[in-house]
Design a protein around this ligand. Structure first.
Ligand SMILES: CC(C)(COP(=O)(O)OP(=O)(O)OC[C@H]1O[C@@H](n2cnc3c(N)ncnc32)[C@H](O)[C@@H]1OP(=O)(O)O)[C@@H](O)C(=O)NCCC(=O)NCCS
Length: 181
């Protein structure tokens, strides 16, 4: 039995997380077409429904092969997708580690949404998947993201020079991690 067997929905006081499905494509397009959301991410703002469907297909494939999971975040009292989060990559053979990723619509920044949601995601990673180490790589300058990780008990382990290449240039990234306590 794998970690993906069994219920995959997560709930917090204010939010519900469900793995992305093809029905989320419209909401994802609205979310990822905002250049402020994708500024520090490895994707260009989305322009078409087809591009959003490709993101859903990627997330579907990830889950189908047990390689990760991406949830859509919704507030309990509304159906609109306000963000996404999850594990982009899992290494379960030569380690027990997962790579955390998250993004939130700009209107919801500064309200503690991810600070509330990510503890449930981390618990899923540590307890359900059995991870020992959860990592996040943050593009230099993404201070909201580094503040969030520090609030969640992550430690900055260093700077990965020219670690990423997108939008026509190389980017230094900071590597953050938290271990299962
Ligand atoms: C990274 C990102 C999710 C952070 O969003 P955020 O709103 O700053 O983070 P949170 O949801 O945890 O909210 C924390 C903020 O809400 C405030 N807040 C309000 N109510 C709060 C509550 N009940 N609990 C905790 N914080 C609360 C905090 O003071 C904090 O604000 P501050 O950082 O200005 O002090 C968001 O900026 C984003 O989506 N960026 C674009 C995508 C991206 O870069 N993703 C990360 C790639 S590594």
């Amino acid at each position: 039995m794998g970690w993906a067997d069994g219920p995959l929905e997560l709930e917090t006081d204010r939010f519900i997380l469900r793995p992305l499905t093809p029905r989320d494509a419209g909401g994802l397009l609205a979310h990822f077409r905002d250049p402020e959301v994708t500024e520090f991410m490895d994707i260009e703002p989305l322009r078409t429904l087809g591009e959003a469907q490709a993101v859903v297909a990627w997330a579907d494939g990830l889950l189908a092969h047990g390689g990760g999971i991406r949830w859509g975040v919704r507030s309990r009292d509304g159906q609109r997708l306000i963000g996404t989060c999850g594990f982009n990559a899992l290494e379960l053979e030569r380690g027990r580690r997962g790579e955390l990723a998250y993004d939130l619509a700009v209107t919801f920044w500064g309200q503690g949404v991810m600070s509330e949601v990510l503890p449930a995601v981390l618990a899923f990673g540590f307890e359900r998947i059995g991870l020992r180490r959860i990592e996040a790589t943050v593009t230099e300058g993404n201070e909201r993201s580094t503040r969030l990780l520090e609030r969640l008990g992550f430690t900055c382990e260093g700077r990965l020079r020219d670690h990423a290449y997108w939008k026509g240039r190389f980017w230094d990234q900071l590597i953050y991690a938290r271990l299962a306590s």
